[in-house]
Design a protein around this ligand. Structure first.
Ligand code: RFL
Ligand code: PHB
Length: 388
């Protein structure tokens, strides 16, 4: 097989890149190791930044998001049961959209198939070769047959556990990382929202987040131990803890649990995000703790930068965008890293925290919920900095 851009991974990064390239008349082939059904039902992110919602609309996959997504012009911060609203409309005149990542993935997959572009599911044994040559290659097995794609460029959009980042030669990558001593236990439940906006709740029992997927489906998260076993959390125990951490502010209605799982919390960045003609985008290059809701949005930002660089290469024979890809992305990545780390460290309980640390968190929370300058700083980053 032959294509201009070989894309590994059909998550938000790979699928959006394929769509952007299609609009620019650049050919691509996507290879994905999971099934279509699996990627369309994997429950993950739910919050789309202001510019990213515009991007989905601009590239022609925003119809369902516009019809079914929920526009939020603010969030609530709960401080030991007392709610404080951060008013995005007033502070920065921007909104965020609540719409499940798997719904975005469904719409991008449908668009890709309608575009007629190759999207191969359930491939095995993917590997990348000759990345520093003019003709890098992707090898894999599909439906029992060994295949090779001859590419001009390869986009590594294969997430945190993919093969692209580990394919970089030794010594090229610098790794920056931080593990947090807790995780998030997340549930999806058939219960109506207790509030029309999100609640980030700081309590003495630990952090909790109330978010949603629709007017009848809630998504709730609880801070838990990093090595917690989900088997230790019966439905009754989860509800009890949620009532304690969120119920002071709003009455939670219990409902049928549709899904539950534990997510570890990690900050991770590799630099550079490129080597030869292999470019990493999205979670393959960086991970943020979900407290700032930045992961999927960063994935979109990376591929927007990459698509512009590839467009300049093919249309104007310019290399500068490609050469600067990593540096352009990393500026934004580090803003999002800092914001996600900061949100995480002011809202959670830490195992070895001191009374001083708790007072400092309360002071941070008091400041961002009372000073217009501080709440604008939060709002501006939460709704998403524009991609320049
Ligand atoms: P993905 O989505 O992991 O997609 C990578 C794809 O590559 C495939 N793959 C391979 N394909 C071929 N060969 C291989 N060897 C392969 N190895 C892997 C995988 O099957 C997959 O289909 O990465 P991408 O595209 O970079 O997208 C990143 C986002 O998925 C991620 O950042 C977000 O989900 C993070 N996140 C959130 N982001 C937000 O912007 N807003 C949020 O509100 C938000 N909330 C969250 C989150 C992530 C969470 N979890 C579960 C980690 C909440 C949670 C709980
Ligand atoms: C979600 O809706 O799943 C969500 C929203 C905001 C976050 C994290 C997750 O900070």
């Amino acid at each position: 097989m032959r294509t201009q851009v070989g894309i590994i991974g059909a998550g938000p990064a790979g699928l959006m890149l394929a769509r952007l390239l299609h609009l620019q008349g650049i050919s691509s082939i996507i290879v994905e190791n999971r099934s279509r059904d699996y990627i369309e039902n994997r429950i993950r992110a739910g919050l789309i930044e202001d510019w990213a919602a515009d991007l989905l609309i601009d590239v022609g996959v925003g119809e369902r998001m516009k019809a079914e997504g929920m526009l939020h012009w603010g969030i609530n911060i709960g401080i030991n049961g007392e709610l404080h609203r951060i008013d995005f409309k007033k502070l920065v005149d921007k909104r965020v959209t609540i719409f499940g990542q798997q719904e975005v993935v469904k719409d991008l997959v449908a668009r890709r198939l309608a575009d007629g572009g190759p999207l191969l599911f359930e491939v095995d044994g993917v590997s990348v070769h000759d990345m520093t040559s003019q003709r890098p290659k992707i090898r894999f097995t599909h439906e029992g047959r060994a295949q090779e794609i001859d590419c001009d460029f390869i986009a590594g959009c294969d997430g945190f556990h993919g093969i692209c980042r580990p394919s970089f030669p030794d010594g090229v990558l610098n790794v920056f990382e931080r593990d947090y001593p807790f995780g998030w236990l997340g549930i999806l439940t058939e219960s109506p929202p207790p509030d029309h906006e999100l609640i980030y709740s700081y309590t003495d029992r630990g952090f909790a987040l109330y978010t949603m997927r629709s007017p009848s489906i809630s998504r709730l998260y609880l801070q838990c131990d990093h090595d917690e076993d989900i088997e230790n959390w019966s439905d009754a125990r989860i509800w009890d803890e949620l009532h304690k951490r969120l119920g002071g502010a709003r009455k939670l209605q219990e409902g049928k649990m549709l899904q539950k799982g534990i997510t570890p919390m990690r900050s991770f960045v590799v630099e550079p995000m490129q080597h030869g003609r292999l470019y990493l985008a999205g979670d393959s290059a960086h991970i943020v703790p979900p407290t700032g809701a930045k992961g999927m949005n960063l994935a979109f930002a990376d591929v927007l930068v990459l698509s512009r660089a590839l467009d300049a290469f093919y249309k104007s024979k310019r290399n500068d965008g490609l050469e600067n890809y990593s540096a352009s992305c990393l500026r934004r990545v580090w803003y999002a890293q800092r914001f996600s780390w900061w949100m995480t460290q002011i809202l959670h309980r830490f195992p070895h925290e001191t009374a001083f640390d708790r007072r400092r968190q309360l002071s941070d929370l008091g400041y961002i919920t009372s000073s217009p300058a501080a709440s604008t700083m939060l709002a501006e980053q939460y709704v998403g900095l524009p991609v320049i």
